[in-house]
Design a protein around this ligand. Structure first.
Ligand SMILES: Nc1ncnc2c1ncn2[C@@H]1O[C@H](COP(=O)(O)OP(=O)(O)OP(=O)(O)O)[C@@H](O)[C@H]1O
Length: 248
C-alpha cells in the first residue's frame, strides 16, 4: 500500500528581490519518513524549511504540510508540527520539569496529559532525579535531547529539525539519533537539516540542495551508487562543488 504523503511541494519558490533563494523545488515526504535536507551554506535549506513551517510565504509554487496549505492555513500548520532550530529555545532559568510543563501548556495539552508526558519524557531521557536542575546547568547534549523531546511533546505529524546536533560529540549525536528513530517509529515524520554526512546516512532519503534547487533526492544507498561513492561525504562533495553561491 502507498504510504501517505505528509509534505508535498510543487515548484516551490522564494525570491528576495531579484535573488531566488529557493528555486522551483518539488518533492514529497511520506508519513514516518526520516527525510534529510542537506546542502552547502546558503543553499536555501532554512528558507525552504521556514516556508514549510508556515513562517514565511512562498513567492510562487505550492506546498501542503500535514494536509494544510502553506499560503492559507499557516496557523493550522503550526499546530500540527514541531520545530527545533539550531538555537533551540529552552528557558535557561527554568528547570527541566518547568520547561516541559511550559511548552506542553503552550501546545495546549491538558494538565493530566502534561503530568503523564512529563514523567514519560524524564524516564525516556534518563533525567529522572535531575528534573529540578536548571537547564542552564545542563551539558549541550542534554539540552538538545530535551529540546527535541519538547518539540514533539504534542505528538505532531512532522517535526522540523534545523541542524539539531551542531557542536556535540559523535556519541551524543548517536544518542540523539536514537530519539529520532523512536519518534519516527511512532509515525512522526522527521525533516532534518544537517552538515554531518554520517547523519545523512541515517536518513531514509536525502535531498541535496545546490544554489536553491534540489539536485539529487534518493536513499543514501542509491545516491552512493549513483555517484559511485563509498560515503555520503563523497556524494555531497561532487554536488556541492558545482555550487556558484557561497554562504554568508
Ligand atoms: N530575508 C532574506 N533576505 C535576503 N536574502 C536572504 C534572506 N534570507 C535568506 N537569504 C539568502 O538566501 C540564501 C539561502 O539562505 P538559507 O539561510 O536558506 O541557506 P541555508 O541552506 O539554510 O544555509 P545554512 O546552512 O548556512 O543555514 C542565502 O544566500 C541567504 O543570504
Amino acid at each position: 500500500m502507498e504510504k501517505e504523503n505528509v509534505i508535498v511541494t510543487h515548484e516551490l519558490t522564494k525570491r528576495f528581490g531579484d535573488f531566488t533563494a529557493v528555486d522551483n523545488v518539488s518533492f514529497a515526504v511520506q508519513k514516518g519518513e526520516i527525510f534529510g535536507f542537506i546542502g552547502a551554506n546558503g543553499a536555501g535549506k532554512t528558507t525552504a524549511m521556514r516556508m514549510l513551517c508556515g513562517l514565511s510565504l512562498p513567492s510562487s509554487g505550492t506546498a501542503t504540510v500535514a494536509g494544510f496549505d502553506v499560503y492559507k492555513q499557516n496557523e493550522q500548520i503550526k499546530k500540527h508540527i514541531g520545530y527545533m532550530s539550531q538555537k533551540f529555545s529552552l528557558y535557561e532559568d527554568l528547570t527541566i520539569r518547568e520547561n516541559i510543563r511550559f511548552y506542553a501548556g503552550i501546545y495546549g495539552l491538558r494538565d493530566e496529559r502534561i503530568r503523564e508526558k512529563t514523567d514519560l519524557l524524564l524516564q525516556q531521557l534518563h533525567m529522572k532525579g535531575a528534573e529540578r536542575t536548571l537547564v542552564r546547568a545542563l551539558p549541550l547534549g542534554w539540552k538538545q535531547k530535551l529540546a527535541f523531546s519538547i518539540a514533539i511533546v504534542h505528538d505532531p505529524a512532522i517535526v522540523f529539525l534545523d541542524e539539531p546536533t551542531g557542536g556535540v560529540d559523535p556519541i551524543t549525536r548517536r544518542e540523539f539519533w536514537s530519539l529520532i528513530y523512536e519518534a519516527a517509529g511512532r509515525g512522526i515524520t522527521i525533516f532534518v537539516t544537517t552538515h554531518y554526512m554520517d547523519e545523512a546516512e541515517y536518513c531514509n532519503r536525502v535531498s541535496i540542495m545546490v544554489d536553491g534547487r534540489i539536485d539529487a533526492l534518493d536513499s543514501p544507498a542509491n545516491l552512493m551508487q549513483q555517484y559511485a561513492s563509498a560515503s555520503m561525504d563523497g556524494v555531497f562533495l561532487q554536488l556541492a562543488r558545482k555550487a556558484k553561491r557561497s554562504g554568508d
